[in-house]
Design a binder for this molecule. Structure first.
Ligand SMILES: CC(C)(COP(=O)(O)OP(=O)(O)OC[C@H]1O[C@@H](n2cnc3c(N)ncnc32)[C@H](O)[C@@H]1OP(=O)(O)O)[C@@H](O)C(=O)NCCC(=O)NCCS
Length: 190
């Protein structure tokens, strides 16, 4: 089987539309690689991304039914700098280790990024590990300088790298504001 990225493998599903066998593969990957989200009773959780952030899932599905890669397009509103911003973001981005370096990661990120615009985001942002900043850079996202997000109650600075993308011109304004100010992103980051 040719394992290089093939755009015809991409599927887009809302959580309630995703076939169960696809959901279980994604959850099994996440449970193993990001165990913090699956502590205690959350080991049994059936949702991939927080429903309140209205996730839309991009799944790269091989012809034999195996998931190769996944990315979710999220959305949320946040108040900062005197107004409310329509924000998008990526979450749960991964490709299975066996198919890394073959374009699947970039493929799901590219499709999920398109969805952010279709879903009305002005700007999009999310947090990632230092080791993945280069990957997202190659996918057209930029890293914001400093620590421009706060999170939680009481408020604390979010210290992981923040990747950003202006989706429409007002999003450029948000990037400029974040050069010297902070945005409170809610109880948790993507
Ligand atoms: C990060 C990840 C999604 C990349 O997926 P992938 O399928 O290997 O990525 P691709 O093959 O599409 O790579 C696209 C480009 O990014 C580069 N790249 C991949 N991972 C990279 C990294 N960590 N740092 C810098 N560049 C990277 C590739 O070399 C390729 O570059 P090229 O265009 O010059 O050839 C994958 O390694 C993964 O699932 N990691 C574990 C889970 C994880 O950390 N997810 C991110 C959560 S924020």
């Amino acid at each position: 089987m040719e394992l290089r990225f093939d755009p015809s493998a991409l599927r887009v599903w809302r959580p309630d539309e995703m076939p169960g066998e696809v959901r279980l593969q994604i959850l099994a990957f996440m449970r193993q690689v990001w165990p913090r989200g699956f502590r205690g009773n959350d080991f049994l959780r059936g949702w991939i991304e927080a429903p309140q952030d209205d996730p839309l899932h991009v799944v790269a599905l091989l012809p034999n039914g195996c998931v190769a890669a996944h990315a979710a397009a999220m959305r949320r509103e946040a108040a900062a700098f005197g107004r409310t911003w329509r924000l998008g973001g990526l979450s749960g981005v991964f490709s299975f280790a066996q198919v890394r370096g073959l374009g699947w990661g970039r493929g799901v990120v590219a499709r999920a990024t398109e969805l952010l615009e279709e879903r009305g985001a002005e700007a999009a942002l999310f947090c990632c590990d230092e080791g993945n900043v280069g990957f997202y850079g190659k996918c057209g996202w930029e890293r914001l300088p400093g620590n421009p997000l706060t999170v939680g109650t009481p408020t604390r600075p979010e210290t992981s790298p923040v990747m950003f993308r202006a989706v429409v011109p007002s999003g450029v304004e948000l990037r400029e504001r974040l050069a010297s100010g902070t945005l409170h992103f809610g109880d948790y980051v993507w």
